[in-house]
Design a protein. Structure first.
Lengths: 254, 254
């Protein structure tokens, strides 16, 4: 019996709440923990992928948390005054606004390093390899964004798509799924990432909405959701929960 | 026939010059490459350790470069206005002074990620594990330094000692040296790191010199060099080049 998305989310929350950070980080643990907020979309996808493959959820939690920490790192550094200069994140002060700039720079650094520490708790190095590829793409995407370069699709692929792909990819790596069997999963992850991004832009009235209008963006989202469902069909795994996540992402209002 | 330290340094320089960065980093490659300056102390120690064990140097170069990239990352972020506010590094503009703050933040992030990418080119995950442990300690050390907390020995252990230890540790990991045989090497690395730090403080007139005076610091350095030699004695490997590195570090004037 598969767990529902909200049950997977509760597992992630609990794991992150109880996560032991490296002792030497000392007081930096406070801004690091503060930074790990959010809806847990990516770690839930990671857990649901592993669950679909019949992997024990305990085995997936470090990978799921690692993905979330990389996401948090990117937000903490992107919010800095020198980058997006965002004083708020999810209605609360951003990390630099709450703790200071130096603290936010170091907290972001610590989040990356803790993410790799978690990814390296697996016997295989493949989980960490998935994560490092996505991290490099995200940094490249942020660079393009800073320079006002790159088209919408490229920015999306680097800044959002890469980590959605790794959310699925880290579960496959943790489960040591043979590389040849990973491709259909990756195609699913790409559609899921696009769906997430377009709906995000619909909710914020920016991004794809500026390019193709609200109706156009809604159509893009619906098509991505349809393709995501279609990508799941041929996969030989119990993908009901992943299908439910597709529907949740398409219908979300926050 | 072992290579001399300056020959190892030339190998590192050449490898770093020709290093292919991740394509998606795009124009960020420029500040990243600019940041990778310095004396190559740590990667030379990594290569010399591997050479002493009879490992092929080609096999060690990614690990040696990864250590240097983590060192570069720490300097790029530490120099930022919000942290040490250093406009110069090695007589040249620091990365943020040359390219801008946002660029320096992202370049530092990219250096960490590229370091882990290189460390993850090995079949074993142990090289990356060595590196992540040191990285977390360095970040913790920088936090203590920022807050004006921590005594001299603790700051040294976290900010400098950890990466010296990883310089040796990454070579042992790349060579898949059994864990039980690594302890004498670690003791050697700890003395080498202390020797480097105290001589650095002698050259800059700060750190340990402020605590114990110039004569006291010279004595600390000489004792660390003696102990480093003594730690090499029982190690069953061709450690002549490492012994030469100890003497070079003790006698260095820049």
């Amino acid at each position: 019996m598969s767990l529902r998305p909200e049950q997977l989310r509760a597992l992630v929350e609990n794991y992150l709440d109880e996560l032991s950070l490296t002792a030497e980080l000392g007081g930096l643990a406070e801004p690091v923990r503060y930074a790990i907020g959010g809806k847990r979309v990516r770690p839930v996808i990671c857990l649901a992928t592993g669950d679909a493959l019949g992997l024990p959820l305990d085995h997936l939690l470090p990978a799921a948390a690692a993905v979330e920490l990389i996401h948090s790192f990117s937000l903490v550094h992107d919010d800095l005054p020198a980058l997006d200069d965002d004083r708020e994140r999810r209605g609360e002060p951003s990390v630099w606004a709450e703790f200071g700039e130096a603290e936010a720079i170091l907290a972001g650094d610590a989040l990356v390093a803790e993410a790799f520490r978690l990814a390296l708790t697996y016997p295989t190095a493949d989980v960490a390899r998935e994560l490092v590829g996505a991290t490099l793409q995200m940094i490249g995407g942020q660079w393009l964004d800073l320079r006002g370069e790159g088209d919408r699709d490229e920015l999306h692929r680097l800044k959002t798509g890469a980590l959605f792909s790794a959310s699925v990819g880290c579960a496959l790596a943790a489960g040591e799924v043979p590389k040849v069997e990973r491709e259909p999963w990756r195609e699913f992850a790409a559609e899921l990432g696009l769906l997430f991004q377009v709906v995000d832009d619909l909710l914020d009235g920016d991004g794809y909405v500026l390019d193709v209008g609200e109706d156009g963006a809604r159509r893009l989202a619906d098509e991505a959701a349809e393709r995501a469902h279609a990508r799941l069909d041929p996969i030989d795994a119990d993908t009901d929960v992943l299908a439910a996540i597709v529907d949740d992402l398409a219908a979300r209002t926050s």
